[in-house]
Design a protein around this ligand. Structure first.
Ligand code: B12
Ligand code: SF4
Length: 452
């Protein structure tokens, strides 16, 4: 069986920081998706004929041609919601000229398939694939069989990188690895605790993976994609020992409470240069992890003293937060930039995006490329104006260098809304499920709305 794995274009939410910056600078890099490494390696377990095409590089037409040239029997598209416009376009363009069977999966599908299926409608036939705890289970749908593969012992194969990205592109990408999946916290807006069974990679498998990235690609730094690096101390210690032996620089993401003095010291000793820390909002009850201003500022200072940059991430417009409280947080973010505590290009500051179906959201009818950048949910028109105002304040105060680009994207967004009969998206209502119950229900199909 011949398989092509496709990563669609990520819309305006590029992953470069800030999203709407028109120049790539301050060390920004494109992070290779671990979904691709694992989709490729798993597919190779079943067939030798696998190719990956990443639509974030090169033209759409050339990439469609590359998919077709491989003469696939199956095409697997891995999509987030932000890249779903591109997924729709690719689906139409490839199925028009190929008889390959189309499978569409990834976070867009896992989060929406059961509770908001109307969002996934495509103009072509396809089979949707939901990840429910087991990241290898999809082989049953695609290959008609499934072997017992375990994240802990599975050996990822990174040889797809050389076939996918030409050397000039490889200079711009950041090599990534994943050492654990899932999360022990349960923030209501996050897919991680809902889609993955918690699991930890064997440090010796990880050592081999790093060796391959260093020897075959000359990688001298990697980014760890684990949603919560310090989820289990023993595992994190083992992984840091492997980094110490490798001599590679590394970065990771974790929660504020785990940035203790001993952890920061060991991170510094083992070559960790930066850590993404999800602060999100200092007052919201939607957040399941402890975050406090004093601890945050104290940790910023201690980490900086050890040569580690803390890259905080903030969310405005969460469902339980008032406009004034959000506005105060945006001013606070500006203040920490002015006080020299964090440069703005190390900050993620986004308007709340309704990635997880929630009966409290009312979605706007805008293309998916705006998700993660502009407001796409509000209770009513007045609330939408307040969310838009928060968004304006974020770009004006936190990312002033994006002003021109922001105004272009904003104008396109407003123009789109002005040409709709109604600004609200029509879809069947999302069933009310208590946020803490969603962790076990979102991807299991035990509550569902009916298929797209
Ligand atoms: C690491 C990470 C990042 C990293 C690296 C991103 C990258 N490109 O890899 C960084 C920090 C850069 C990042 C950025 C962003 N991210 Co991110 N990220 C993650 C995270 C925590 C882990 C992804 C991962 O590596 N998983 C491990 C791999 C092995 O598992 P997997 O991806 O689930 O894939 C397996 C299966 O699901 C299945 N599968 C997947 N797709 C398909 C398709 C088919 C056809 C089949 C058969 C099977 C299949 O098989 C795979 C392997 O076996 C996820 C959380 C999540 N739950 O996925 C969020 C997540 C994917 N990110 C998200 C978002 C929104 C973003 C940003 C848009 C954020 C922003 N505002 O900038 C950007 C987009 C950047 C980009 N270019 O992709 C959202 C997507 C929401 C949604 N519902 O669409 C997620 C789900 C987190 C969340 N908020 O809940 N991200
Ligand atoms: S702590 Fe981070 S990864 Fe875990 S559920 Fe909350 S936002 Fe998601």
């Amino acid at each position: 069986m011949r398989v092509v794995i496709v990563f669609p274009h990520v819309g305006y939410c590029t992953g470069w920081r800030p999203h709407l910056a028109t120049e790539v600078r301050n060390g920004s890099t494109y992070h290779i998706a671990q979904a691709l490494t694992y989709l490729y390696s798993t597919a190779r377990h079943y067939t030798p004929h696998v190719r990956v095409v990443d639509f974030n590089f090169g033209s759409h037409e050339d990439n469609v041609q590359r998919v077709l040239d491989y003469r696939p029997d199956a095409i697997l598209i891995s999509s987030t919601v932000n890249s779903y416009d591109s997924t729709k376009q690719i689906s139409v363009d490839v199925t028009r000229r190929s008889a390959a069977k189309l499978f569409v999966g990834g976070p867009a599908v896992s989060s929406n398939y059961f509770l908001r299926p109307d969002l996934l409608k495509l103009d072509v036939d396809c089979e949707f694939v939901v990840t429910d705890r087991d990241i290898f289970a999809w082989a049953k749908q695609v290959f008609g069989m499934v072997d017992e593969l375990k994240f802990r012992t599975f050996r990822p194969d990174n040889s797809w990188i050389a076939e996918t990205y030409p050397p000039e592109t490889r200079d711009k990408i950041r090599y990534t690895v994943v050492t654990s999946i899932g999360c022990t916290y349960k923030c209501t807006f996050c897919l991680n605790p809902m889609v993955y069974k918690i699991n930890y990679k064997d440090p010796e498998i990880f050592r081999e993976e790093l060796r391959c990235l260093r020897d075959e690609y000359g990688a001298d730094a990697v980014s760890v994609a684990d949603p919560f690096f310090f989820m289990r101390q023993e595992h994190a210690d083992d992984i840091m020992d492997v980094f110490a032996d490798s001599g590679m620089a590394w970065s990771q993401q974790t929660c504020l409470v785990t940035l203790t003095d001993p952890n920061l010291e060991r991170m510094a000793e083992t070559g960790c240069r930066s850590v993404l820390v999800g602060i999100e909002n200092f007052t919201s009850k939607e957040i399941n992890k402890p975050v406090e201003v004093t601890r945050f500022e104290d940790r910023l200072e201690v980490a900086a003293g050890m040569g580690i940059s803390i890259k905080p991430s903030f969310i405005s417009g969460l469902l339980d937060i008032d406009y004034d409280v959000d506005l105060a947080q945006i001013h606070y973010i500006r203040e920490i930039i002015d006080r020299g505590l964090v440069p703005n290009y190390h900050i993620q500051s986004n308007i709340y995006t309704p990635y997880i179906p929630d009966a409290r959201d009312r979605l706007l009818d805008v293309p998916f490329r705006f998700w993660g950048v502009m407001p796409v949910t509000a209770q009513d028109e007045e609330h939408w104006r307040r969310n838009l105002d928060l968004c304006d304040m974020i770009y004006e105060l936190v990312f002033p260098e994006t002003a021109v680009r922001y105004q272009e994207v904003r104008a396109e967004y407003l123009d789109h809304l002005a040409h709709q009969g109604t600004m609200w998206m029509k879809h069947r209502p999302v069933p009310r499920v208590a946020p803490d119950k969603k962790v076990h229900l979102l991807t299991s199909g035990r509550i569902r709305v009916g298929q797209p």
